[in-house]
Write a protein that binds this ligand. Sequence first.
Ligand code: NAI
Length: 377
Amino acid sequence: MTKLKWGMIGGGEGSQIGPAHRLGALADGRFEMAAGALDHRPDVGKEYAQRLGIAEDRAYGDWQEMLAGEKVRADRVDLVTVATPNSTHFEITKAFLEGGFNVLCEKPMTMTVEEGEEIVKVAAKSDKICAVNYCYSAYPMVRQARAMVRAGEIGKVRLVVTNFSHGHHGDATDADNPRVRWRYDPAMAGVSGQFADCGIHAMHMAGFIADDEVKSLSADFASTIASRELEDDAMVNFRMSGGAVGRLWTSSVAIGRQHGFDIQVFGETGGLRWASEQPNQLIYTPVGGRTQIIEKGEGGLHEDAQRLSRVAIAHPEGFPLAVANIYCDLADAISGELRDGLPNAVDGVRSMAAVYNAVASAKEGGMWMDARPPMFR
Ligand code: NAI
């Protein structure tokens, strides 16, 4: 089988998310790394790309050069990953979709709802795939949870409770560290800090497992470190279109919590719990019955969870393999087999609408707001 050609923008040496994309994209032999504009410093990016095995003529100085160079090649890349800082996602993603490329964009997809709606339209017009890297949704046991909800194994969903709360920005004496400070600076981060950074993963996950959309929300934001303009802690209550009640807590000052992402889904006949720090287990309790641990890789899992379990039962699979599952679904989609679990531009714009409406709600003392983007109301 011919490998698909993959290119990357951002994710340079020393970046946080770059290695997970490289490990993920290359894990299954479906993609080869053919092109890249990996760093905001052109020479540094070119040099690193060549060290990773990219040919000199496809180690580009910036994304515009990469777009121009790849467009005219017969063996152009089949997929471009955008792993640059948030404020650049919109223009790069739009330009590559319009250039006829499939795109995997990092979250948040855009900085505004209007930009998000435009990406949805551009993607539809281009007939290309625009995926968004809500990679936690690709853990096998998250797919198992969604399949169980879809199969009616916990009955109608009543309640979703999710947290994405860590303590890594909780040290007030470190608040001016440049790597921390920008996240709470509206000029760099946009309208929201912690909710846009981590909370949207939890909100996406709620919709993903419950197989429903977040319809309305009410938010309480706090900057617990006084020098911060944007929130470092948020509590968001929400309602889903199917009637389920949602509770979401996200924080970066919860000292002692590490990654801190978990979700519980309670239905009429059972409950489920998944936590990113124990991603290979899904906890299931049927009403009136004993709590069970469902393990990645065991027999009898739903098809999507089975397909995405890589190594034998009890051997851990972690974050890079969840990202690899996104790339698996992308390779299938590019080859014509669309996977409905693949997060896309619609998920991207839903997140932006949730962010903007949570900010508006928090400013209005928690007033309930329509959480949906105007195009989906
Ligand atoms: P980072 O600051 O660690 O790295 C950014 C990289 O992009 C650097 O190598 C930098 O040189 C490069 N870069 C910046 N501007 C560029 C440009 N115009 N052209 C080419 N390269 C450029 O950032 P990090 O933490 O890796 O985040 C990148 C994106 O990934 C963000 O949007 C972030 O929200 C997202 N992210 C997503 C995660 C997930 O779970 N899906 C986890 C961590 C980050």
